[in-house]
Design a protein around this ligand. Structure first.
Ligand code: UDP
Length: 355
């Protein structure tokens, strides 16, 4: 059965900007797969998005300025004048009769709060673990009153909430045809992600300094002063900032690296960059934290390291030759293909529509 779906993007930034983190890729991938399966859909997104042939409706307004990951537990909700989030949901309210299901990809209070006020059912794909009390409370309320509507990316992410059992775990998926397997890497290590304190880039830089192995850094500089501080603290580390690259170029560069270091300070809900690396045949060296604990197959597709231990990273780097890159690609093909993600997502949508 075909559905009419309205996808609501994150109000952090336009699709293609990098401001939206992993959500940008997740939304584009799920949209591509749903269209391939014959569903009809439109994507509502902040103005300036790059469409990549996907049907988008751009909405003007002020972007969200305080990332959820920079807030403390008791912080309240703040909305600015002419908020793009509010404008996007006003648009959704007006067109809701044309759709069977609205799918919310934003980690924001407003869409959750609005859920009971809409006639059209809303699925919420929650992209972060527990961060603030006000978000936990509203997500729980919706999980209780609208069963099956809360989706998450990993069991570890769900476990950060008191209502873990009410969450539907979807993992994530990639268009593997875009990611080329690279059998013979260079000596370089890679680090990929938003450059922001919760991502712990400095530990990867410290490991590069200790081992003398060059580290290539890819990603959007969300926090410039954080980046400058790292450069000052590690002036001799063999690092190269490559930039924020579109997926096609990112995979080409990432594929050539010996390993991806994933060093989050927070509970990473999933870690898109980890499965992108696997898709290119790149082994993971990751802190034993969040969704990464479910992605890394210890000793087979990478190594899990004691969180915040630079020495642990350095030790793991010494064992990289034990990992077969083909096994990494194989894991991506088995668990994270767009088809596999599409099956999990469609099943989730059907559960909600049967409610
Ligand atoms: N990314 C990219 N180009 C780059 C670096 C990163 O497109 O040069 C994307 C990457 O593909 C991933 C996202 O940025 O989808 C980061 O998402 P992740 O889930 O790892 O972390 P988040 O930013 O959501 O916390």
């Amino acid at each position: 059965m075909y559905h009419k779906l309205l996808f609501m993007s994150t109000p952090m930034g336009a699709i293609g900007s990098g401001l939206g983190g992993g959500v940008e890729l997740t939304l584009s991938n799920i949209a591509t797969e749903m269209l391939r399966r014959g569903h009809k859909l439109e994507i509502v997104t902040p103005q300036g998005s790059i469409s990549n042939s996907l049907p988008i409706k751009e909405i003007p307004g002020e972007l969200i300025q305080i990332p959820a990951q920079n807030q403390s537990r008791s912080d309240p909700i703040v909305l600015h004048k002419n908020s793009v989030l509010a404008n996007m949901w006003d648009y959704a309210r007006q067109v809701q009769a044309d759709y069977d299901l609205i799918v919310n990809f934003a980690y924001d209070w407003l869409p959750l709060y609005l859920t009971p006020f809409f006639n059209c059912p809303i699925a919420h794909l929650i992209s972060m673990g527990s961060l603030t009390d006000v978000m936990d409370q509203i997500i729980e309320q919706i999980a209780i009153n609208f069963p099956n509507t809360i989706g998450v990316h990993s069991q570890t992410q769900a476990a950060t909430f008191t209502f873990a059992k009410r969450c539907i775990c979807l993992l994530n998926g990639l268009d593997l045809s875009i990611y080329q397997f690279c059998p013979k890497p260079t000596q370089n290590l890679a680090w990929v992600g938003r450059i922001s304190p919760e991502k712990g880039l400095e530990d990867a830089v410290a490991a590069a300094e200790i081992t003398g192995i060059p580290l290539k850094i890819f990603g959007f500089k969300q926090d410039i002063s954080y980046w400058e501080k790292i450069c000052q603290e590690y002036p001799n580390a063999p690092i190269e900032y490559v930039g924020f690259l579109p997926t096609v170029e990112l995979q080409k560069e990432l594929g050539k690296c010996r390993s991806l270091l994933v060093t989050p300070r927070w509970i990473e809900a999933f870690g898109n960059v980890a499965i992108e690396a696997l898709a290119c045949g790149v082994p993971l060296i990751a802190y034993r934290r969040g969704g990464l604990t479910e992605i890394v197959q210890e000793g087979k597709t990478g190594f899990l390291v004691e969180p915040d231990s630079v020495q642990g990273l350095v030790e793991a780097i010494k064992h990289l030759d034990e990992i077969d890159r083909q096994t990494c690609r194989q894991q991506a093909e088995t668990l994270y293909s767009l088809e596999a993600m599409g099956d999990r997502t469609e099943e989730w949508f059907q559960k909600i529509l049967r409610n």
